[in-house]
Structure formats: structure tokens, C-alpha cells
Design a protein around this ligand. Sequence first.
Ligand SMILES: *[C@@H]1O[C@H](CO)[C@@H](O)[C@H](O)[C@H]1NC(C)=O
Ligand SMILES: *[C@@H]1O[C@H](CO)[C@@H](O)[C@H](O)[C@H]1NC(C)=O
Length: 384
Amino acid sequence: MKLIIIFLSTLMVTLSLLTRSDTPMDFIEMANDSGYPVGEYDVVTQDGYILKLFHIPGDKSKPVLLMHGVIDSADTFVLRKKRSLAIALANAGYDVWIGNNRGNKYSRRHQYLDPNTDREFWDYSFHEFGYYDLPAIIDFVLDNTGAKSLSAIGHSQGNSIFLVLGATRPEYNERIRVLVSLSPICYLNNLKNTASQVLKLLPAITRFLSIIGQEEIFSEDTVFARVFRYICGSKKSYSFCTNEILFRLAGSDPEELEVDFYPSVIAHYPTGTSNKNAIHLSQVGARRTFAEFDYGYRNLDIYNTTVSPEYDLSKVTMKIALLAGLNDELSTIKDVTLLRNKLPNVVEYSVVNHKKFNHIDAVWGRNMHVYLFPIIFDILSKHG
Ligand SMILES: *[C@@H]1O[C@H](CO)[C@@H](O)[C@H](O)[C@H]1NC(C)=O
Ligand SMILES: *[C@@H]1O[C@H](CO)[C@@H](O)[C@H](O)[C@H]1NC(C)=O
């Protein structure tokens, strides 16, 4: 153990000396590049986090909120420039809002906690994304537009958080016209090989990081992100980093993530989250239940039960359309089917008609405007 700590500390020092490459374009620059002006707002949650919310103005009677997945940000919805989901929605006249969860690069702020020095800042998981971040963001959008409800589109963990919202704050169900759930994550019972191994390793990795005082993972300045960008940042590494890392986790679809586009993915992904979020996800997999954070012996104090309570999915009464892929190694058809059977109001369950549709094609796929967007627009016009 000591040896490992010494080795990793040396590695960290070495890596901290590596300079970062040029700063990639941010959300506003990418949207501007695609021809749209962007509004930006600071939304403050009930517990003091300051979240960045982007807005591409359109018809205020048709607000759509986009929520990114794990270790991701709003960037993901404009990364494909004119072929991105946010831009396609704006082209179709929707009033498009793009959120950022607490702790990612755009929402690394709090009214009185300092993310660089206060460990407490990082004391959150996807539970807080659903319980605090979403209500603040949704109320802000409804206030701004004067609409009574909005449509939502989530990618990956960007769906789990709506399930938490609907289960823990049921009054929000009626403020969602429909949730379009892309690559939905809820149960993690049937992850494929690599993804399942990584999930099992997460508790050990995060414990180590906690010991060395690091409660934030994957953000621009952490050792993981530096190693990842150092190794995978250029086109030369495409084959190794996609085949050995990205596709092993998400499912392989090289034609949809071509080598020319690949560097812009690595420039924007991953971005930071908390150790605790990674631990919570690994608990969902290990316990095979979609439950609140497991505090061990502290559960009794916190929940008045020895095990943390399951989220009550029967309370998630908002309309939900589930869109999954046969080649998705993270949200597998088996797990999405489990979810469908627990939810009371699934209005559609589609397997996307692109044979290699994996976990990331829904946000970065080269031709998602062909095999995915028509389904999304259809659901929005039927239920939105
Ligand atoms: C994009 O940015 C340029 C330079 O700041 C500005 O002149 C232009 O109006 C912007 N375009 C849009 C669509 O906002
Ligand atoms: C805690 O749980 C016990 C047993 O279920 C119950 O009797 C008690 O009222 C609960 N206490 C609180 C504060 O909810």
C-alpha cells in the first residue's frame, strides 16, 4: 500500500508538471460557431450551489431542458456543432435550456463553500443532482418562460437524476411534460465486462483518493484527467484509446466516432464530479438496487433504517420515453427493461434502429440526426 501511494504521488507530481494544451472552445463559443447566441444564468440551489444554465432562446411555449450524463457537461449537446441535439432543437424553434450539475467545470461554485479547500463542497452524489439541482433549474426555466411545465431530455445519468426527482419530490412530476430518456441509467445489474469491472474497482480508487485528500475526480486539474488527456489527447492515440477505453465501456461504434472528431471529445470529456458520486453509482451496481446513498453504520441516524431506502419508482409519474441501444454496454437492454417494468408511465420504449448504437452515440454520434433525432422530435410533438 505504501509503495503504491509513493508511486502514485510521484506520478501526480510528474503530471502536474505537464502543461495543458490549448483551452478548448466553451459552450458559448461552440453554439456561436453553429450560429446561435447563448444566454447564461447562475441558478442557486436550496443548499447554496451555483449552477451554470445555458439558454438558446426560441418559442417560450416550448421549453426543453437538456441534462448531461456522468462526468460530462452542457458541452456534450453542442459538441457536434450543427449536427448537435441542442442546435437541432433550436433549429426546430424550441426554447432550449442546457443544465450543468454541481461540481462540473461550469458549476464549481458555492455561496460559501470553496471547492478547492472545503471537502464539504464535494459531499454529494447523483442524489443531490436530482433532489436539489433539478428543482432549482426547472423552477428557473418555468419562471423565465412563464410555462407551467417543460419537456426534458436526459443522457445516461442525466436520466437517473429525473428518477430521483420524481421519487423524492413527487410534486415535480407534473412540471415535466415528457422525459426523453437517452441511454437511460438506473439499474446497473447487467453491465458488460469492462464496465462491470470498473464499477467494482471504483470504491478502492475513491478510497485511495480520499486518503490523499482528493474528493474531486476527473476534473481538468486532477491526475486522472491529466493522464487521460496526456495519453488520449491526439488523433494518434485514437485507435488505442477508443478500442481499449471508450468503446470497451460504452460499446464499439468507430464509424460514429470518427478520428477527426475524436480529439474534440477528449478535449471536453471527462469533466469533474465527486468521489461520492462514483461510490453511489458503484453501490447501485453492487446492491442491484436503485437506492439512496449507503452510509453503512450511519444509516440508522440518517434514514432510521439499517440499509438505505430504495427510491420509490412508483412515484415517478411523469411521462417517460426510453430510448436504448443493442450495443450499449452501460445501459443494457436488460437493465432498461427492468426500469420500464418499475415505472408507472412509460409512453414509449424504443430500441434505436442503428445496429451499433452504443452509450455515446446519443450525444456524439456522427449520424444521430438520421437514426435518433426523428424519434426525439416525434416524442416531443406527441407529448411535449
Ligand atoms: C458570434 O460571435 C461573434 C464575435 O463575438 C459575434 O460578432 C456574432 O454576432 C456571434 N454570433 C451569434 C450568432 O451570436
Ligand atoms: C424509526 O423507526 C422506528 C421503527 O420503524 C419507528 O418506530 C420510529 O418512529 C422511527 N423514528 C423516526 C424518528 O422516524
